[in-house]
Design a binder for this molecule. Structure first.
Ligand code: RB5
Length: 146
């Protein structure tokens, strides 16, 4: 089955979002772009929340969020218990957050990460599987804070 990928950004992440969208569309993923579409200033939590809401109905989907740093929009998406969003600056981050945290959303920063590194991050994030084992109990605890 084709992997569904939701993608969204604020204005500060728009150019990198469009670049990444073109990159993954060429790889035949089923990509749903939730905006933003223009450079007018918007609030990154709105786009993190929109993507999180979409992923509620699509539990097998993965997400990509982009803002200036990848951090604010990750914080926003992580307000939802079903989201494990990781701001990644390297393919090592991407590999380990999929393998250990079962991250389902990768967050990029247009002001911090160039397009070549972004491609490596995306490729690694999609190619890496959750390792399960000792990580299962820890990841379950992320959805159930005490
Ligand atoms: C927008 O100026 C910027 O603050 C936002 O994109 C992001 O970097 C926040 O974490």
């Amino acid at each position: 089955m084709t992997l569904k990928v939701f993608i969204a950004s604020d204005h500060a992440g728009l150019n990198l979002k469009n670049f990444v969208k073109d990159y993954i569309q060429a790889k035949q993923y089923d990509v749903v772009d939730l905006g933003t579409d223009v450079l007018d200033s918007v609030d990154y939590p709105d786009f993190g929340y929109m993507l999180a809401e979409q992923m509620k109905q699509n539990s097998d989907a993965l997400g990509i969020l982009v803002c200036g740093t990848g951090i604010g929009i990750a914080i926003a998406a992580n307000r939802y218990a079903h989201i494990r969003a990781a701001a990644c600056r390297s393919s090592t981050d991407a590999r380990l957050t999929r393998a250990h945290n079962n991250a389902n959303v990768v967050c990029l920063g247009e002001r911090t990460t160039g397009t070549e590194v972004a491609k490596d991050i995306i490729d690694t994030f999609f190619a890496t599987k959750f390792e399960e084992g000792r990580h299962v109990q820890r990841v379950e605890k992320l959805s159930n804070p005490v």
